[in-house]
Design a protein around this ligand. Sequence first.
Ligand SMILES: [Zn+2]
Length: 277
Amino acid sequence: MNIYMHGIHFWIFSFFIFVFGCCVGSFLNVCIWRLPRGESIIFPPSRCPNCAHLIRFYENIPIFSWIFLRGRCSACSGTISARYALVEFLTGFLYLMIWLKVLETGQSPLALIRYFVLTALAVSTFFIDIRHFIIPDATTYPAMLAGIIVSLFFPESFGFENTRQSFVFSFAGALASLIFMSLAVIGGRAIFKRDALGWGDVKYMGAVGACLGIPGAFFTLMLGSMSGSVYGLCLMGISRKGLKTVIPFGPFLALSSMVWIFYGEKLLAMYLKLFRR
Ligand SMILES: [Zn+2]
């Protein structure tokens, strides 16, 4: 029996994983604010965007600080967006749910590494792309690389016994996604004379392939395209821009890759069953 699943161990691990997720979310907030503005994520330390007040460490505790400061800067009383607390809570919550999912399905706890990497990428992509219409290289390349490196050192993370299998799974996932998506970008340009996809989407899918393999990437692309198209069509119906309506694809890919982690295998099996009559 798995020692993580029972008694005090379960609660301690679950608590720390939630807290860890909130801290990752706190770092993602820095990425979400700075990367689209071309600023470094390491230096300088965090400041209030209104008055440049230096955020002290006790004002930077995930979720709690935002609540205790009632969403205001301690120096200038300028509003601090609720998005900060939301991103922290959301990341903590997703990490906790993934941990429970991994326990429930009997996967190796090492699987958490690639899931956590991809979740961090999904959260930052969702919030950056929805607002700025970009997916920064500084988020996609590290995630892609992390997936491949994890496959080289921890085959158990991917449910394999030796590193050759896990490396092939991860590398093939990244390569196939990059090639397929690049062709889609180039083809889309040639046929429709406009960019429905960007290179950021290509690299996002490369990271999905590296962390989830070809099945996960295939699923993410299918669900992402379907949900994105439905949303786009609805938007076209409401707005008067018609075919000029522009929507970012990243948030749909981000949501879809999360759906794969939680329900993917089940949904893919159901989908494939449709063709086995
Ligand atoms: Zn301030």
